[in-house]
Design a protein around this ligand. Structure first.
Ligand SMILES: C[S@@+](CC[C@H](N)C(=O)[O-])C[C@H]1O[C@@H](n2cnc3c(N)ncnc32)[C@H](O)[C@@H]1O
Length: 222
């Protein structure tokens, strides 16, 4: 499917899929959404609640690498040791990556952002001293992780366009992939998605959403 660049409300770019009228991030701000949903309500929530700062993160939909990059930047400012795994079936093309403006907006060097995209698939790579990345080129339905992750960034396309990704089957595999007390955070607040999470055992909270969105969800494996 054809993807085009779109500027969001905070000046950061996202990719737009015209065929679905869907984009990779919120139109109100790609960086703002990622910082709120995944960094604040995911990464900082979990590290504040747990004694260890060593953690593993699974991202459902690696895409532009924005969530991985923001997590890496936080790891540089904190004593975190992050093992990050990204799942992606349709990686970005190099010319799409080159057009993204995250490093200039965040006022950071390009090197680590490039490294996230340039590193090999299917092998663990140390991107920074306290940040390892493993990218898997595969479908979400192929995930077989068991008791491996502390946090899941669930950043699939919306339920309107990919309803098959917001089902009990997928959330059961997410539940299995998490360690006890692990959390899944997502920008979505859809009632069917929330009920599917609850049906497989998650305790689900509705939290204030990112700019332009009333609510988001955080699901905990208790
Ligand atoms: C909403 S985008 C978010 C991407 C990423 N988190 C970001 O910040 O750019 C969803 C991502 O999931 C990927 N995707 C969609 N369906 C998939 C599937 N069935 N298996 C694996 N990846 C899929 C898309 O290619 C896209 O990169």
């Amino acid at each position: 499917m054809k993807r085009t660049l779109l500027k969001t409300g905070d000046g950061s770019y996202t990719l737009h899929i015209a065929e679905w009228d869907e984009q990779y991030h919120s139109k109100h701000g790609a960086i703002a959404e990622a910082l709120h949903v995944f960094i604040k309500e995911g990464l900082y929530y979990w590290t504040a609640k747990n004694d260890t700062q060593k953690l593993s993160i699974l991202e459902i939909g690696f895409g532009t690498g924005l969530n991985a990059f923001l997590s890496l930047l936080e790891a540089e400012k904190n004593p975190f040791q992050i093992d990050y795994t990204g799942i992606e079936a349709y990686p970005l093309e190099i010319d799409e990556i080159n057009k993204l403006n995250y490093t200039s907006l965040l006022n950071t060097a390009e090197e680590n952002f490039r490294a996230l995209h340039q590193c090999s698939w299917e092998e663990k790579t140390t991107i920074a001293k306290n940040f390892n990345l493993t990218k898997h080129k595969r479908f979400f339905s192929e995930i077989t992780a068991n008791n491996d992750f502390n946090i899941i960034y669930f950043d699939a396309f919306g339920i309107r366009v990919q309803p098959e990704l917001w089902t009990e089957v997928i959330f059961a595999s997410m539940y299995k992939a998490l360690k006890p007390n692990g959390i899944l955070v997502t920008y979505a607040a859809n009632g069917n998605a929330r009920r599917a999470m609850q049906a497989v055992g998650f305790t689900v909270e509705r939290l204030p959403g990112p700019p332009g969105k009333k609510e988001m969800l955080r699901a905990t494996k208790v």
